[in-house]
Design a protein around this ligand. Sequence first.
Ligand code: NAD
Length: 475
Amino acid sequence: MTNYPSIELYIDGRWKRADGQPVINPADETVLGTVPTATRDDLDDAIAAAERGFAVWRKTAPARRTQIILKAASLIRERVNDMAIAMTLEQGKPIDQARLEILRGCDIIEWDATEGLRMYGRVIPSEEGMRHTVLRQPIGPVAAFSPWNFPMSSPGRKVAGALSSGCSIILKASEETPAGAVQLVRAFHDAGLPPGVLNLVFGNPAEISNYLIPQSAIRLITFTGSIPVGKSLAEMAGRHMKPAIMELGGHAPVIVCDDVDPIAAATTSVTGKSRNAGQVCVAPTRFFVQESIYKRFADTFAEKAAQLKIGNGLDPSTQLGPLANSRRIDAMESFVADAKAKGAKVLAGGQRIGNRGYFFPLTVLADVPDDARAMRDEPFGPLALVNPVRDIDEAIEKANSLPYGLAAYAFTRSAQNADRLASEVEVGNLSINHFVASVAETPFGGVKDSGYGREGGTEGLQCYTVTKNVSHKMI
Ligand code: NAD
């Protein structure tokens, strides 16, 4: 497969081939390549390399660090078309979305790189002859675990945060979509990053996390993925007194107030929901629509959902690609069957398409009872649940009723509504009248079971630092 790169480990500045498991194209279930499995020796080499890399990188002038990181981002921009093809092949998303993910990943890398120049400390006023200086120092080698839904921007965020703060990193990227991480790392290698600062491994996720997290060299854990795995990694990190950044699942509510045009809100909701076939932690999922506009909203949502062009993401006219793996198909089928059995109406979609490739249409379920499993468990797929609400009080109560707290959305023209939502909806990211949950300069992350720590923005970089107070008495 010419457009699919060779997948290798990257340790101490060198690429290494090894045996491993196949990478599957979700559009036709063919084998794209092989992802290597890191051995214990590889992990030990990566840890030693990350320690040496940290010793070099923390002392590299911030301006030089920024230059190298920006160079890597510019190489990625040059390579965006090839990278996008590989991403669509391994993950399934439409090629335009793959391109956008990569460019957005570059925005994040560039923003972090320049913010790294401004990791200012503070001088605290004190008595004559005494100086209290607060320093922000890089925390040390980071162990990072990135998922399969954003093969380049998710690892890119972690690499950008660590490197821009002066840390080294061992990245364990997804075995199911490894090319995004390989191409990201290749750009840093080609940009002249010193050996050991960035290392890339693949293998058995549990074996690697169990081995890396307790290592004394590793000072910070960052994980993006499911809540159960996040909780077990956070527990392990806690046992070893390591701070962690946990970007976990969500079940985003969308509150649609009756002061907006339901047709426009439903139309934009279809675009928001279909992004990456709903396999996004911030995907809009529970739509709470005020009664007077409910029917028009639900009907339009269903009509537009049914019009989406579904197919291989390499076809530029495709709007909805395959799901990334067969587990998501099983999950969608079981959520839909359960919701139907409990009385939900299927307004659009509802069934797998064909039996080769993991295609599932954007499915709109209406009047979904609270006890349907999809209303409680994150669907992580193309499932929209549309329900009526009396007023904003009921909408906020329902929005906050789950243990998730990552993203929420609302559509309203009322500043008063917007203000209430901003203060009362329990999430890390609230977007009003649009579906962009985060951009490079804003902090992104969850509350409640959706995790802690932030990626992006000033707060994101601060997670990769420790605060040291130096109290100096002049003698
Ligand atoms: P999963 O729980 O098996 O895995 C989730 C992710 O964690 C994968 O990337 C996997 O490689 C990794 N992982 C699993 N066990 C690990 C371990 N012990 N140590 C380190 N990493 C480990 O589920 P899945 O079927 O791959 O994905 C489905 C669920 O995962 C979804 O329902 C969704 O909630 C969640 N998910 C969330 C995000 C996100 O962006 N927050 C991304 C991908 C998946």
